[in-house]
Design a protein around this ligand. Structure first.
Ligand code: ATP
Ligand code: MG
Length: 420
């Protein structure tokens, strides 16, 4: 037999696998700071869950799902996304989550039968978060801030945040009608799929990646102009909260996302110039989803999912190998090893990534290692400073050096990560 893996599905081998594990635990730890706790749902769900939640006329449900009939004749599907299963699990275990808001996060494989290409696989991985039980715009800002903060934490730069509002059941039909009218006038320029979508689900046309459809709809009416007052207010508060948090964003009135359950706020973190696979992470509000999958109550909610393969790809391309240390301790002579070791362990305990050389190499060799570690600050233990009860701190970016009393230096280093 052919021993290659299934097309579009990859083995994750060492040393890559180490990066995966580190990224996943960094994510879960970061989300935990915001109060999100992990949930693990099964890979298989009833097909009906996704048909209802994601939407019968979305690409995912129409042509991308791994669906089969199992031995007892039930139609099952390998989850193509994480939100619908988490909503189902929440509703099925309501007693566990009796107190709203509930904050849940997850990480795991998803399956879609798409055309494999760079940044697009058939088994791929997502890390996500969902916030249930509040329709406050601050919840939207919290979710975006969590995602923005995590992307910064892993050193991803050059990502930009785009946001939009899709309205709610009060105002979206208005927009759908307006868009339908517009699309009718462009009918001849749309692809076959979009001609059908125009009638079934006009918003989907704005998500089409074919160049012809993108061109034909550049001047489509913007959804923001038809929002009702409640949706406008909500969006305004989200924008104001993001500004207050210093999170830069731009509006993208074309962003409709590939799933039907979104309402009001939607957002994407994109890398300019990465082609059609330029979205690293995306999400939005889905206030009606719980009822759509059969829940008896309305559970307003918002969440996001990060594409892990794309994130890792970008982290690699951004050229920074990802610093292994924040602080590197350089010793000029073995007599400083004891003390430097105590500092290293003390700093690690404070949450600072500290490293040193145990081998007693030359100061020059230690600086080379410090450089490779990516540490922003180097501490030098030397004879002259030692006689004054001090150490030298060197800022690696500017090359600036400062002699500082030992206690003060340690305290300053212990808070170095929070200052960044
Ligand atoms: P795209 O517009 O890129 O097709 P999508 O709208 O299908 O994305 P979501 O379903 O919202 O995306 O998934 C969130 C993230 O998961 C995407 O932004 C992307 O990073 C990642 N993702 C989605 N599909 C794939 C895939 N087939 N392979 C790898 N990553 C994917
Ligand atoms: Mg897609």
């Amino acid at each position: 037999m052919n021993i290659g893996s299934v097309r579009g599905m990859k083995d994750i081998l060492p040393p890559e696998s180490g990066k995966w594990a580190a990224l996943e635990s960094a994510y879960l730890a970061y989300a935990a700071r915001f109060g999100y706790r992990e949930i693990r749902t099964p890979i298989l769900e009833k097909t009906e869950l996704f048909a209802r939640a994601v939407g019968e006329t979305t690409d995912i449900v129409e042509k991308e799902m791994y669906t089969f009939t199992d031995r007892s004749g039930e139609s099952l599907t390998m989850r193509p996304e994480g939100t619908a299963p988490v909503v189902r699990a929440l509703l099925a275990n309501r007693k566990t989550f009796d107190e709203f808001p509930a904050r849940l996060c997850y990480s795991g494989p998803m399956f879609r039968h798409e055309r494999p290409q760079k940044g697009r696989l058939r088994q791929f991985h997502q890390m996500g978060a969902e916030l249930f039980g509040t329709d406050s715009p601050y919840a939207d800002a919290e979710i975006v801030a969590l995602l923005h903060g995590f992307l910064r934490e892993v050193g991803l730069s050059g990502v930009s945040l785009e946001i939009n509002s899709l309205g709610d059941p009060a105002c979206r039909p208005l927009y759908q009608r307006e868009l339908s009218g517009f699309l009718a006038s462009r009918e001849d320029r749309l692809c076959d799929d979009c001609r059908r979508r125009r009638l079934q689900n006009p918003l989907r046309v704005l998500d089409c990646k074919s160049e012809g459809c993108v061109q034909a709809t550049v001047d489509a009416p913007p959804v923001l102009s038809t929002l009702c007052d409640a949706c406008k207010d909500h969006f305004g508060t989200v924008e104001a909260a993001l500004r207050a948090l210093g999170i830069p964003f731009s509006r993208n009135p074309r962003m409709v996302r590939g799933l039907d359950y979104y309402r009001r706020t939607t957002f994407e973190f994109v890398i300019p110039g990465m082609g059609a696979q330029n979205t690293v992470a995306a999400g939005g509000r889905y206030d009606g989803l719980a009822e759509m999958v059969g829940g008896k109550e309305r559970v307003p909610a918002i969440g996001f999912a990060i594409g892990v393969e794309r994130l890792l790809m970008l982290m690699e391309e951004s050229g920074e190998p990802g610093a292994a240390a924040d602080v590197f301790l350089v010793t000029s002579g073995k007599r400083f090893l004891d003390e430097a070791f105590r500092w290293k362990m003390g700093l690690i305990e404070k949450g600072v990534r500290a490293d040193m050389d145990y081998e007693g190499r030359s100061v020059k060799a230690q600086f080379r290692r410090a450089d490779r570690s990516g540490a922003g600050v180097v501490v030098v233990f030397g004879d002259a400073e030692d006689s004054r009860g001090a150490v030298v701190l060197r800022d690696m970016a500017s090359g600036k050096q400062e002699e500082i009393p030992r206690d003060e230096a340690f305290l300053r280093l212990a808070t170095i990560r929070k200052e960044e």
